[in-house]
Design a protein around this ligand. Structure first.
Ligand SMILES: Cc1ncc(C[n+]2csc(CCOP(=O)(O)OP(=O)(O)O)c2C)c(N)n1
Ligand SMILES: [Mg+2]
Length: 227
């Protein structure tokens, strides 16, 4: 995966228009989703992504559905749209319809998935899909496949023991996996300082070997938000 530095001056208008479309479309759906919930039409819960826009746009844009594997968390609505899922597909999941491309309406809302495109179903145990991503990355390496696994989560879920298992295992076996940690300073209602030892959750893993570049990536993914 190539690192490219985009600026407003060097990015072509077509690309900027595509991103602007995704950013505005995503916010519309982010605001609409809780109304389905209030109208009792579905959407078992909604955790808005507003404020996570930049990193989520980027996650979807770097994802290559031919080679990569994407593991999103419940707040990743724009990541799903940016990766190419349609609003209709997301609403079909939210309203538990049989034509939901992920699970045929069996999973909770905001469990964004489309297995045909390698956007995988994840567990509702928060952060647990880090292990799934590492497993897929292990297979990519073993069978000499191109591509990477991209796993996304919030900062507080990195406190879970299985997240350590995943990151430690990926480090030990040098696996092609990117852990994106979206830091909004809260684990739902718990402030970050009560949940994680370091200011940047990624720093809790800084002793692991060969992880420097991943941690740098995670740090650039940290976005300051005003609560
Ligand atoms: C194992 C487990 N424990 C608790 C929960 C309930 N829960 C869901 S999200 C969440 C907080 C996660 O915070 P963070 O990882 O920072 O993500 P954010 O919602 O802030 O983006 C909790 C405690 C859960 N889903 N799974
Ligand atoms: Mg958080």
């Amino acid at each position: 995966m190539e690192a490219i530095n985009y600026t407003i001056n060097t990015t072509d208008k077509e690309t900027l228009a595509k991103w602007f479309h995704l950013l505005t479309l995503g916010r519309k759906l982010d605001e609409k989703a809780p109304n389905y919930l209030k109208q009792a039409l579905g959407w078992s819960f909604h955790a808005p992504y507003a404020g996570h826009d930049a990193i989520q746009l980027a996650i979807g844009q770097v994802f290559d559905r031919q080679t990569d594997h994407l593991f999103l968390y419940y707040r990743d609505m724009l990541s799903a749209l940016s990766a190419g899922m349609t609003t209709e597909e997301i609403i079909l999941n939210g309203l538990s319809k049989a034509t939901d491309p992920g699970t045929g309406g069996r999973h909770m809302s905001n469990h964004f998935s489309k297995p045909a495109w390698h956007i995988h179903n994840v567990s509702s145990a928060t952060g647990n899909h880090t292990l799934h991503a590492v497993g897929v990355a292990r297979a990519l390496k073993k069978y000499h496949q191109k591509g990477v696994a991209i796993s996304s989560q919030g900062e507080s879920s990195t406190s879970e023991g299985y997240v350590f298992e995943a990151i430690n295992g990926a480090s030990n076996e040098k696996l092609p996996v990117i852990f994106v940690i979206q830091d909004n300073r809260y684990g739902i209602s718990v402030p970050k300082k009560d949940q994680t030892a370091n200011l940047h959750a990624a720093d809790n893993y800084s002793g692991l070997k060969i992880l420097e570049s991943s941690i740098a990536t995670a740090k650039t993914c940290l976005i300051p938000l005003t609560p």
